[in-house]
Design a protein around this ligand. Structure first.
Ligand SMILES: Cc1cc2nc3c(=O)[nH]c(=O)nc-3n(C[C@H](O)[C@H](O)[C@H](O)COP(=O)(O)O)c2cc1C
Length: 184
């Protein structure tokens, strides 16, 4: 039985990298990492679910949207943490409130921004174009602020670490509740 399932949707590798880093932070625990494009995990077979998606064109990836809706509908009392990977960190709260179904958002023990990249290198052609223009926009706005500090987005390891420790706490709480039930 998978104790913690990490289910993610991404296109160019960053969300997968975040999911893999999260799995590493959960060392010592039985963790399954699952790409939602390959199918949905069996929610009955996990104790804690960590689910995430990249944001593209202001939306979740379609498989993540379907999965989030399914978890909101059928997840029962399964503890859930939700993460997004987005290039515009300042839009995270808007994405969180608009894209994560309300039931899921309110039930989640944590909703977090794992960061994202606007680096066009190595991406498919149209993605490269999009990222190129998105990135120049960010650099320009920072020049307008009077100082040239081209701070580009990237992964946010501290948020991934925080998700891992919250997930450990959820798992420990579940184990203690089970032990209490068995002792009665
Ligand atoms: C075509 C395209 C559209 C994107 N749209 C958005 C967006 O609307 N908002 C945002 O914050 N980031 C956007 N991004 C940035 C991605 O969220 C970021 O690159 C993320 O790391 C992608 O994860 P992935 O590598 O797993 O696909 C977009 C990236 C691409 C390539």
């Amino acid at each position: 039985m998978a104790t913690i399932t990490i289910a993610y949707a991404g296109r160019n590798g960053m969300t997968r990298e975040c999911a893999e880093r999260l799995a590493k932070e959960l060392n010592g625990i039985d963790v399954t990492v699952c790409n939602l494009a390959d199918g949905f995990p069996d929610l009955a077979k996990t104790d804690v679910l960590l689910a995430g998606s990249a944001v593209r064109h202001g939306r979740l990836l379609p498989e993540a949207k379907r999965f989030f809706d399914e978890v909101a509908r059928t997840g029962g009392d399964l503890p859930v943490g939700v993460f997004l990977c987005c290039g515009y960190a300042d839009r995270f709260m808007e994405y969180r409130d608009r894209l994560i179904p309300r039931d899921l958002r309110e039930r989640a023990f944590l909703t977090s921004n794992f960061g994202g990249t606007l680096n066009p290198a190595g991406k498919p052609f149209w993605d490269r174009m999009w990222l190129f223009f998105a990135r120049s926009g960010i650099v320009e706005s920072e020049i307008e602020d009077g100082e040239y500090t081209p701070v580009l987005p990237g992964m946010i390891p501290e948020n991934i670490g925080q998700m891992a420790s919250f997930a450990r706490r959820q798992l420990a709480g579940k184990r203690i509740a089970e032990m209490n039930n068995n002792a009665q």
